[in-house]
Design a protein around this ligand. Sequence first.
Ligand SMILES: O=C(O)CCC(=O)C(=O)O
Length: 288
Amino acid sequence: MPALPDAEALASWRRDGYLVWPRFAAPGAVAALRQRALAIVDAYVPDEKAAVFSSRDRDRARLGEAALIESASQVRCFFEEEALDPDGRLVVDKARAINKIGHALHDRDPVFDRFSRDARLAALAAELGVVEPLLMQSMLIFKQPRIGGEVVWHQDASFLATKPQTVVGFWFALEDATRDNGCLWVAPGGHRGPLRERYGRGADGALAMEQLDDTPWPSGKATVPLEVEAGTMVVFDGLLPHASAPNRSERSRMAYTLHVVDGRAAWWPGNWLQRDQDDPPRGFGYER
Ligand SMILES: O=C(O)CCC(=O)C(=O)O
């Protein structure tokens, strides 16, 4: 039986809506993911679909829709907003220009596939009540030095909607994350609040953010920073509000995230992420 987080961490999951598992990934595994991410960026040749990712843009309007849709089943790079000038020319080195790689690393890249299908993640998902896990989305977030973009307060269920809500986010620090370089912030217990918004295809067919509830985002004493060492895993309930500040420091803050839903729940047909019938999402095993 693979190891599970300790009782205190599991109690924090129930109480706070998240848990922290220090030293989940060994330094060698973390270095392998970092190296692989840098190799993907090195091989990336920007094309006419080159897209910027900014979480401040509520409707993701600058995020080329074609690039986003394709990334549901592919590996694509998205630029930092501040890496391009108004004419779309790179103003920093390509290696320092990427905001994230998404969203099917776990299915298309052997290194991320292996890491994402660790038996401990399968055991933990089962412990957290995910009965038929489906690995829906993965991202390598760079949080580049100086220009690493803010991730505004959000709930993951807004972007990966199921009925009932089942999404669980697994977040892995690939470098030390501190307040200085844009660590995560969470609102403990905030998962008991409502889903505030939902991103997807509206009645007019366009992808946009829809407001569902006007409960304000947490602030001040309701929020805590999660300063963690490389190798730490943080697991979030899909309703837990979380965010990260811009990185104005000289150090990057790379992280890998994996989002899992329960296949027993209904996948919202309006979700931006849709997989073809002949390429469905898979679980933690290697069955096809
Ligand atoms: O790594 C970050 O800064 C944000 C990640 C996040 O919001 C997520 O994985 O849902």
